[in-house]
Design a protein around this ligand. Structure first.
Ligand code: IPE
Ligand code: IPE
Ligand code: MG
Length: 243
């Protein structure tokens, strides 16, 4: 922990919508793939920073179901990045005792990429208490439908508990804070069920420009917000005294 520790309420789980790689590259007259490469480097740095701050879980949105409609050349470039850099980036993070999980329909990825990801998951499956979820070929609506089918197939009545435990993130607390870079103010099919009470934070910065200091600023703003979960201010104050 040490130097990165921030005082005040820390989000236990951060969701990160890494948007703006393409525009970052375009502004510099670079190919979109260069934006994705810089984005991958920044992701590595931010993950290190988040876990050093004491955050327990991070879910990064790397590729949506809808992104699969992008030009094949762009997708191939992204798969190459996973092949060439992902493992190195993940090793560094996982040395901190972080369990890696890929969430989404991984079967839509090329076979060799699936193998790389599965191997990385296997390597870290013994770790508990800290987790990194990488959302790839992920869409929240598909996740919810999948979870509903799992719960029904298990003969369970559909309840909030049975549904939420059948989500990819079933054993992970809901995200407290969701950060989106790139200036858009939408969730784009990210963690729709789990985000029910997440604090949302939007940054104008394109993802490759989103610094560790920007992450700390988002966390500091989170610490200053009042989360009421439907209660009144007075009730919340009382709850705080009782804790
Ligand atoms: C986010 O950046 C990364 C992925 C969706 C893979 P974009 O590629 O969406 O970048 P912009 O939004 O076009 O700038
Ligand atoms: C959301 O970004 C998905 C990821 C960051 C992986 P998009 O760029 O795909 O979102 P839209 O299309 O602007 O909503
Ligand atoms: Mg985008």
């Amino acid at each position: 922990m040490g130097k990165n520790k921030i005082e005040g309420a820390l989000p236990r789980h951060i969701g990160l919508i890494m948007d703006g790689n393409g525009r970052w590259a375009k502004k510099r007259l670079l190919p979109r793939s260069a934006g994705h490469a810089h984005g991958m480097d920044r992701m590595e740095g931010l993950l290190e920073c988040a876990f050093d701050m004491g955050v327990s879980y991070v879910t990064v949105y790397a590729l949506s179901t809808e992104n699969l409609n992008r030009p094949q050349a762009e997708l191939d470039g992204l798969y190459d990045l996973i092949r060439k850099h992902f493992i190195r980036a993940m090793c560094k993070i996982c040395q901190k005792g972080v369990r890696l999980r890929v969430i989404g329909d991984v079967s839509l990825l090329p076979d060799d990429v699936q193998k790389i990801l599965r191997a990385a998951e296997e390597e870290t499956k013994g770790y508990e208490g800290k987790g990194l979820n990488v959302a790839l070929c992920y869409g929240a609506r598909a996740e919810i439908v999948r979870a509903a089918n799992i719960a029904v197939e298990n003969g369970e009545k559909l309840t909030e508990e049975s549904l939420s435990s059948a989500l990819y993130t079933g054993d992970v607390p809901d995200p407290d804070l969701i950060i989106r870079t790139g200036g858009e103010m939408r969730l784009s099919n990210f963690l729709l069920y789990q985000a029910a009470y997440a604090e949302l934070y939007f940054s104008e910065k394109m993802f490759p420009d989103f610094s560790d200091a920007d992450l700390k600023a988002a966390v500091a703003e989170f610490a200053g917000r009042t989360r009421r979960f439907g209660k009144t201010d007075e009730q919340c104050k009382e709850d705080n005294v009782q804790e």
